[in-house]
Design a protein around this ligand. Structure first.
Ligand code: SF4
Ligand code: SF4
Length: 366
């Protein structure tokens, strides 16, 4: 059974490592590689209002971010909150931090119950705020975004100071409380938790000695030894409770539509399904989360939408990306002709006071 535990850690570690490499490439080689925001499913929720209204995606997001958002909702419906237990790199990072502390005092029960509601408040608050401000305003405070910027050196401190402080606090808290952020603060976890209640994947326990080993092993502190079927939205489908059971008859099991499934098989199934589906969506052209190389765009003629222009592109590159003559692009974006074509779109404001590239982009995609 230990093999299930190791397999889950290996997969989580590989995802965390791959994410760090992706972040490094994005910071050092630009938007050809996806940013942390573009591949965050929660970004899709923040972008929902703009997307539903046919407006430009919020800054830093792509059409593929919406695909990821809807896909993870379906994923939660099928596999419960297993995105958290089996896929999420920030969950993995917290588990890694948790390995430092052997004794976990945890939060007293009463405070724990109250604090678990914070994540729902965060979920509602950031969604409404993003819709009203049309921006990822939470980004500077986001500990995961801060972690993604560890490669950026001084920028982490200058632009993401609050996020870096929250990240340090979350990781320090995770030493003493298993998955601190997942339990109390994560809006994505809150969203998947609500949907997971409808999932056919459940932990089921038969009549047993109620030794409590399963509950003790649970990182989310679900009282798994007191129920027959775990229906809690806190369960992240990690399978630790099943692995911990010492009974020869294996009284506790992961189940899908009441059929037992071994933790190893569950971990492999969800991982293959998750990445297989994303691969298929990408192949179908539905998972664009980064800018293609400009030469590829020119060769293929598959131009990007105005909505997917980035402020980091210069004017000439922007025109190439959307397949327009340079002069037409100047006219479309209402940029005066005397602004040099090498100017980054977000820097046009230094030639034209008050020019807001993102607002301009939004008006052109209405
Ligand atoms: S609760 Fe949030 S941080 Fe934790 S694993 Fe789930 S999505 Fe990741
Ligand atoms: S109940 Fe079991 S599967 Fe659910 S979070 Fe706890 S240990 Fe993981």
């Amino acid at each position: 059974m230990k093999i299930a535990q190791y397999l889950r850690w290996i997969i989580l570690g590989a995802i965390l490592g791959a994410t760090m490499v992706g972040n490094y490439l994005h910071i050092n080689y630009g938007a050809v590689y996806p940013s942390v925001h573009a591949v965050c499913p929660l970004g899709g929720l923040e972008n929902l209002w703009a997307w539903a209204g046919g407006r430009a995606n919020l800054q830093k997001l792509f059409s593929g971010t919406m695909t990821l958002f809807f896909f993870t909702l379906i994923f939660a419906f099928i596999f419960g909150r297993s995105f958290c237990g089996q896929i999420c790199p920030f969950g993995a990072l917290q588990e890694l931090a948790g390995k430092i502390g052997k004794r976990k005092p945890g939060v007293p029960e009463k405070a724990d119950k109250i604090m678990r509601r914070f994540k729902y408040v965060v979920l509602i608050f950031i969604t409404i705020a993003a819709w009203f401000t049309s921006s990822l305003w939470i980004s500077p405070y986001d500990p995961w975004a801060a972690f993604a910027h560890i490669w950026s050196g001084s920028m982490l401190i200058s632009e993401m100071r609050a996020g870096a402080v929250i990240l340090a606090l979350v990781l320090a808290a995770s030493i003493f409380v298993d998955r601190f952020f997942c339990k109390y603060l994560c809006p994505a976890g809150a969203m998947y938790g609500i949907i997971s209640r409808l999932s056919p994947c459940k932990i089921k326990r038969e009549d047993c000695s109620s030794c409590g080993l399963c509950a003790k092993a649970c990182p989310m502190r679900v009282e798994v030894d007191r129920v027959r079927t775990v229906k809690s939205s806190e369960c992240i489908a990690c399978g630790q409770c099943v692995v911990a059971c010492q009974s020869k008859k294996r009284e506790i099991q992961m189940t899908v539509f009441n059929r037992k499934i071994k933790p190893v098989a569950f971990t492999l199934s969800v991982t293959i399904f998750f990445f297989g589906a994303l691969f298929a969506l990408d192949a179908a052209g539905m998972y664009q989360v980064s800018i293609p190389a400009v030469a590829d765009v020119r060769d293929s003629g598959a131009y990007i939408n105005i909505a997917d222009l980035r402020g980091s592109m210069d004017i000439e590159t922007g025109a190439s990306y959307v397949g327009m003559q340079l002069s037409d692009f100047y006219a479309l974006m209402e940029i005066p002709k005397d602004v040099p074509k090498e100017t980054r779109l977000k820097d046009v404001v230094s030639y034209v006071p008050g020019y807001d590239f993102h607002a301009m982009k939004a008006t052109k995609t209405k």
